[in-house]
Ligand binder design. Structure first.
Ligand code: NAD
Ligand code: UFG
Length: 345
């Protein structure tokens, strides 16, 4: 069996960590990425960590001719599909771009896969598909939908497309990985999350406050029905998450159909607990101010992790301490992210 895995969006945050995890267990990796939210420097860093080359096609998943060439030039065993746009608030302003990239992009990719007979697929889905009404913890058997923004809806729609595809063609084997809140960075400090502009997500914002790029953290609301009034989320280390993709690839072999798996740690941590954990792990203080709620935030959600453990043999091993220390090591060593060393490739 071929050992080549196509990783779309492989230059991004979760993609780069997954490339390292794949190379560590002997897969050869091929990346398609248009660099709309990433820097090619990240791939050089991946090669430094693993000591192995990454085969890179710079281009768009909407470019069918490019995908045909990628499938023709390689013996691809499976596809891991990260490429897409991911900012919830931006998706409300740019729904067409989000549906275009996330839905049409996935359809073009799936059609190219079908045409070339590659039928193992791992999809980057999100806890957001459980929508705004689901009870916690989220379990995979819950009905999905009730999404509240185009980003979430795009993930939900692609899940439907993939379920239907697997039902229609019994050669397809598909894992829908529903990530909770990915944080942290590779322990080398060489790769990590590099948001453009003002970070939307909590940990990158905290890291930028700690490194002196931003004055203080705004805590979005302390009047939620939670123990300390701030929202609860299920933070999962990106290195654990990357490992989940390796497990999913193993799971696909010899299987057919589409199955969803939660990838989370299985417990809710509050915003204030994260601030304290960061300060404790790094010794750096994080000034913050409580402001009003951010529109669209749910009070609390976390994963039921039983299925991923039972079927994939995957659990999140790394704790809050590692998440904070690794975030800080990356941020401290790369205060401008990849930008300072970007050669413009
Ligand atoms: P990221 O933005 O760092 O990585 C996505 C990569 O895809 C980028 O390198 C970008 O340049 C590339 N890309 C985007 N559109 C493309 C296109 N049309 N053609 C080719 N390349 C394209 O994001 P990430 O955090 O690594 O997330 C990866 C995936 O996981 C996304 O699909 C995201 O929606 C999903 N996800 C992320 C989170 C999270 O909190 N990070 C949570 C749940 C799900
Ligand atoms: N938060 C702050 N201040 C900030 C940023 C975030 O207080 O500056 C709070 C939020 O209100 C929330 C928590 O920190 O309570 C986590 O917020 P993030 O933006 O880091 O993460 P979300 O849970 O809002 O979003 C994540 C992913 C989305 C996905 C969503 C639902 O980033 O892609 O989970 O699965 F859609």
């Amino acid at each position: 069996m071929s050992s080549q895995v196509l990783v779309t969006g492989g230059v991004g945050y979760i993609g780069t960590h997954t490339l390292v995890a794949l190379q560590e267990v002997g897969y050869d990796v091929i990346v398609v990425d248009n660099l709309c939210n990433s820097s090619a420097v990240a791939l050089q860093r991946v090669e430094t960590i693993s000591g192995k080359p990454v085969c890179f096609y710079r281009g768009d998943i909407l470019d069918r001719a490019l995908l045909n060439r990628v499938f023709a030039e390689n013996q691809i065993f499976a596809v891991i599909h990260f490429a897409g746009l991911k900012a919830v608030s931006e998706s409300l302003r740019k729904p067409i771009e989000y549906y275009q990239n996330n839905i049409i992009g996935s359809l073009v990719l799936l059609d190219a896969m079908r045409a070339s007979g590659v039928k193992r697929f791992v999809f980057s889905s999100s806890a957001t598909v459980y929508g705004s009404e689901a009870p916690v913890p989220y379990v995979e058997t819950l009905q999905t939908g009730n999404t509240t923004n185009p980003y979430g809806t795009s993930k939900w729609m692609v899940e439907q497309v993939l379920q239907d595809t697997a039902a229609a063609d019994s050669e397809f084997a598909i894992a829908l990985l529903r990530y909770f809140n990915p944080v942290g960075a590779h322990p080398s400090g060489l790769i990590g999350e590099d948001p453009q502009g003002i970070p939307n997500n909590l940990l990158p914002y905290i890291a930028q406050v700690a490194v002196g790029k931003r004055e203080e953290l705004s805590v979005f609301g302390d009047d939620y029905p939670t123990p300390d009034g701030t929202c609860l989320r299920d933070y999962v280390h990106v290195v654990d998450l990357a490992q989940g993709h390796v497990r999913a690839l193993e799971w696909l072999v010899g299987r057919t159909g589409a199955e969803a798996f939660n990838l989370g740690a299985g417990r809710g941590i509050s915003v204030l607990e994260i601030v304290r954990a960061f300060e404790h792990a790094t010794g750096v203080s994080v000034p913050f101010r409580v402001v009003s709620r951010r529109e669209g935030d749910l009070p609390a959600f976390w994963a039921d992790t039983f299925k991923a453990k039972q079927e994939l043999g995957w659990v999140a091993n790394l704790g809050l301490e590692e998440m904070m220390v690794d975030t800080w090591r990356w941020q401290n060593a790369n205060p401008q992210g990849y930008q300072a060393v970007d050669t413009g490739k």
